[in-house]
Design a protein around this ligand. Sequence first.
Ligand code: HEM
Length: 323
Amino acid sequence: MKHNNYKLPIVHLFSVLLLNPLVSCQLDYKFYDDSCPNLTKIVRYGVWSAMSNDTRMAASLLRLHFHDCFVNGCDGSLLLDGENGEKNALANRNSARGFEVIDNIKANLEKACPATVSCADILALAAREAVYLTGGPFWNVPLGRRDGLTGSQTAANQQIPSPFDPLEIITAKFTSKGLELKDVVVLSGGHTLGFAQCFTFKTRLFNFSGSGKPDPALDASFLQSLQNVCPNQADSDTNLAPFDSTSSKFDNLYYKLLVDNSGLLQSDQALMGDNKTASFVSYYSKFPYLFFKDFGVSMVKMGGIGVLTGQNGEIRKNCRLKN
Ligand code: HEM
């Protein structure tokens, strides 16, 4: 299949492969070409059929890859079941979704090419397919990650950015993984897809920082609509608001809304509170094509965090359990 909407320029290819220490030289775009030639088709079908039952699933799958990579690297550890696993960490419990979709894709892959494709690679490919199938960019995914043997709930609680973190802490969490300030802005653009529960931004709506008033950084009519979705009572905590009004389409509306003081999370809107990040936001709000191009580059960088290759790790047969 040809993907004409996004081609990695040759200069970028070199900078991604050679200049970026995150992308292990052992990852390879053709890693499964001989051992599992139908890999892309199988993952694409799995993501597509899940999205046709539930359009939000694209968002949820993109987020899974992010939450996997930010906790001790992209090693599929998020997928391991268990009371003390990463699934039960603060950012994931009653929030992360899409595990059954990964199970189905893995089951189909075990039929087509047994004990060959890692769960960590499935997450990376599913995230790419999710973005592509919602109208976003296509990028080539370097492959060959192996699956970790353990997860860490403590690490997940410490390392996944919180919507209540100030920009400096979020940036520090990204740079500690070898990512840059630009990647914070670009990858936050993932919030062009999906929803957030009221408790993740309700502190902005009624009594911001003990002021008795809403967050002054919130546009008045946007505030009104959020107060309708999330009334000031505990039972609205799990109600859902879309990050933007085109939450199942990958576009650059997220950035346009930030420019208009209509970012959903405090951590989203905080990108406008710093000159450098605000200028990236303004740029992506005007140039969707450049956002698309940079998103692919940053996703490859993120997908290279702490990968296990060679003798390390394993190829899990069931993504929920180590072999
Ligand atoms: C920069 C720091 C980030 C923070 C503080 C953050 C925080 C959040 C929060 C609080 C939610 C809502 C969860 C819920 O209500 O259950 C969410 C959802 C989401 N996040 Fe992020 N996130 C960040 C970065 C990212 C990145 C880098 C990506 C992907 C590249 C991403 C993709 C998503 C998606 C797609 C959703 C919607 C999921 C769904 O609807 O199931 N986020 N995020």
